[in-house]
Design a protein around this ligand. Structure first.
Ligand code: ZN
Length: 207
């Protein structure tokens, strides 16, 4: 009970399997990481970054929180973005939301959830920005799906507004910010087609 033996057993087995298929794997990875991607996704256990895009350790830098939110006062998330952009020089930042997100669902409900309501406030703001469009949809199911998507689009915009990303673009660094959404029921990702790769593209979206 205290040492969660099954997890340690699984870890040993995994390590053995990796070493069998690629004997130098861990030695090479221990020296450095060189990921091309930063993933900002939901903490939901059903949306594990590496597995759903089939990448190995070392290939993607990951930050996850409830409902994949990027807030300008969140030093944790901003530090991840800064390290990824300035030190690791990732070429792509991917915000990946998912349909059926419990955080988005909770933000749409009227009742109290305690402390987490402070975090969900950010999603309620997204709802408020797009209230007309969301209210015009035929039902709650459509509103829920649409808010899952709109939340991703807002977070892409929030990332593009950070001093970190703007500084990288001004310095001519190659960096694209993408918005994706994942479908829990078939394991398929959809590109929301909101990719921004420089300051001109960003200002075009603000018009
Ligand atoms: Zn979620």
């Amino acid at each position: 009970m205290r040492i969660l033996k099954t997890l340690f057993d699984k870890n040993r087995q995994w390590s053995e399997n990796v070493k069998k298929s690629d004997p130098g794997f861990f030695e090479a990875l221990a020296k450095q990481q060189n990921p091309e991607y930063l993933w900002i996704g939901c903490s939901d256990s059903r949306v594990p970054a590496n597995q759903i895009i089939d990448l190995q350790p070392g290939e993607i830098f990951v930050h996850r929180n409830i409902a994949n939110v990027v807030v300008h006062t969140d030093l944790n998330c901003l530090s991840v973005i800064q390290y990824a952009v300035e030190v690791l020089k990732v070429k792509h930042i991917i915000v990946c939301g998912h349909y059926g997100c419990g955080g988005i669902m909770a933000a749409m409900e009227d009742h109290d959830h305690g402390l987490i309501d402070n975090w969900l406030r950010n999603i309620r703001d997204v709802y408020r920005f797009h209230e007309q469009r969301l209210q015009a949809l035929p039902g709650d199911r459509e509103r829920f799906d649409a808010l899952c998507e709109l939340n991703v689009v807002e977070q892409v915009n929030n990332i593009c507004q950070t001093t970190i990303v703007q500084g990288a673009w001004r310095a001519g660094q190659e960096l694209a910010v993408h918005g994706w959404i994942y479908n829990l029921s078939d394991g398929i990702l959809k590109d929301l087609d909101v990719c921004i790769t420089n300051l001109d593209e960003l200002s075009a979206t603000q018009r």
